[in-house]
Ligand binder design. Structure first.
Ligand code: UT7
Length: 346
């Protein structure tokens, strides 16, 4: 038998209904549609409203839809990994809560925190389990309620982020599909530019931390921009070179959606025309761990079996990386469930 690879065999996403537009933001802080579109490229973002709702609720919706779409019973899932920076609570893991809500009873689950690179790190971790042959159905979900850590009186932060969730099903294949290669990096010294100051063990919540607004995301935008624009483009170019991929071989770049200027720079560095770059930042803003599955979900119908995708992200930590994968199914033939027959996807 050939090498086992992990292939994405289904994708689903979920976003809240409420749309926070640039027009509405301009009534809350001193900003404008023109500034936000020119500097970042966001038109609106979704916000999860409602008492008692958190990242697990969005993650659950994405997972529920994924199970329905792929005809998978919750009991069939062996492992669920959740990427998030806005867990429901510090512990237990949001992955456990999603599994409970979705009726996933025969799996173990855990969270990964790699900020905006979280979905990629979680996807590769999940793939490693699938490649052992012991885990046949693994879910990776990225979910973030960024509105819970965004200061809506700070014009330098509040236009940037939105809420949402996306999930994929991974299954083993002996075919030349699935996750082919990855390159990941971290540099913890970058934490000074992008972090959440309080609520952890160093500065537990207190009246003082609340008064100082230390439970909101802190970002030095320009500094992060400089690192992001170079590193995301470099790592995407590096994975192409390492796998002898030319720009014409690549069907799609799937970039983390933090800033349209960073996305454009990455596409240019890879020699790709804009038509080959998945972009939906205008509709959702930066949903942190959900941007990449949200993008693939929206573009799913345009994908073909065998398409080469390069996924790339940069985020807090710093963390950054890239995944090279070959798309494993023809979405036009959905609904499908390759593994229902009990055979490996070929
Ligand atoms: O996903 C995780 C990783 N994060 C990222 O990749 C984000 C990276 N950073 C960025 O995308 C950009 O740095 C931002 C979008 C955050 C900011 O864009 P920028 O072009 O770097 O703007 P800036 O911070 O240099 O600010 C330029 C000017 C400033 O005014 P002065 O000092 O030149 O008078 C800001 O006060 O724009 C002002 N400004 C705004 N004006 C209108 C900042 N925010 C706003 C705003 N509306 N919302």
């Amino acid at each position: 038998m050939g090498k086992l690879r992990a292939a994405i065999t289904g994708i689903h996403a979920w976003v809240p209904e409420y749309r926070l537009t640039n027009h509405e933001l301009s009534k809350m802080v001193d900003t404008s549609d023109e500034w936000i579109m020119q500097r970042v490229g966001i038109k609106e973002r979704r916000i999860l409203k409602g008492e008692g709702l958190g990242s697990s609720d969005m993650g659950f919706e994405a997972v529920k839809g994924l199970l329905e779409k792929t005809g998978t019973a919750p009991e069939e899932i062996d492992l669920l990994i959740c990427a998030t920076v806005t867990p429901d609570m510090l512990f237990p893991a949001t992955a456990n809560i999603i599994s409970d809500k979705a009726g996933i009873k025969n799996a173990f689950s855990f969270d990964i925190n790699a900020a905006c690179s979280g979905f990629l790190f979680a996807l590769q971790t999940a793939a490693s389990y699938v490649e052992t042959g012991k885990y046949r159905k693994v879910i990776v979900v990225g979910t973030d309620k960024m509105s819970s850590i965004t200061d809506y009186t700070d014009r330098t932060q509040c236009p940037l982020f939105g809420d949402g969730a996306g999930a994929v099903l991974l299954e083993p294949t002996t075919g030349e599909y699935g996750i082919m290669d990855y390159i990941f990096h971290t540099d913890g010294s970058g934490r000074k530019y992008l972090h959440l100051k309080a609520g952890g063990s160093v500065r537990p919540a207190s009246h003082e931390t609340i008064d100082a607004k230390e439970h909101y995301l802190y970002q030095e935008g320009q500094s992060v921009f400089k690192f992001a624009v170079v590193n995301m483009a470099d790592v995407a170019a590096e994975i192409m070179e390492r796998n002898n991929l030319k720009s014409e071989d690549i069907a799609w770049l799937v970039p983390h959606q933090a800033n349209l200027r960073i996305i454009d720079a990455t596409g240019r560095r890879m020699g790709l025309p804009t038509e080959k770059v998945m972009i939906n930042i205008q509709n959702y803003g930066n949903t942190t761990t959900a941007t990449i599955p949200l993008c693939i979900w929206e573009y799913e119908k345009r994908l073909k079996k065998g398409d080469i995708l390069i996924l790339a992200a940069f985020g807090g930590g710093f963390t950054w990386g890239s995944i090279y994968l070959k798309w494993a199914y023809d979405p036009k033939k959905m609904p499908h469930n390759p593994a229902q027959s009990g055979t490996l996807l070929k």
